[in-house]
Design a protein. Structure first.
Length: 76
């Protein structure tokens, strides 16, 4: 069976399905919304060390409460 000029031959199967998995690009754009980073704030070992040295542990409690409140207010 010959194909007329200007036409492509018929394929016995349907169009191929192409799936592009852009998880990394979607995740990076979702973490930057409205100029505020939505990453969970972690507690710093060095901040705790220096607070312990200079505030006898009271600063550690206040710093821990600050970081916990920051994460809770943002739902992280």
């Amino acid at each position: 069976m010959a194909t007329p000029p200007g036409q492509q031959p018929a394929q016995p199967y349907g169009q191929p399905t192409i799936i592009i998995n852009n998880i990394s690009a979607a995740a990076s754009s979702a973490s930057f919304v409205g100029g505020a980073s939505l990453r969970r704030r972690r507690q710093s070992l060095w901040v705790h060390f220096w607070l312990f040295m200079f505030t006898a542990g009271i600063g550690n409690v206040l710093y821990g409460m600050h970081v916990s409140r920051w994460n809770r207010d943002r739902g992280l």
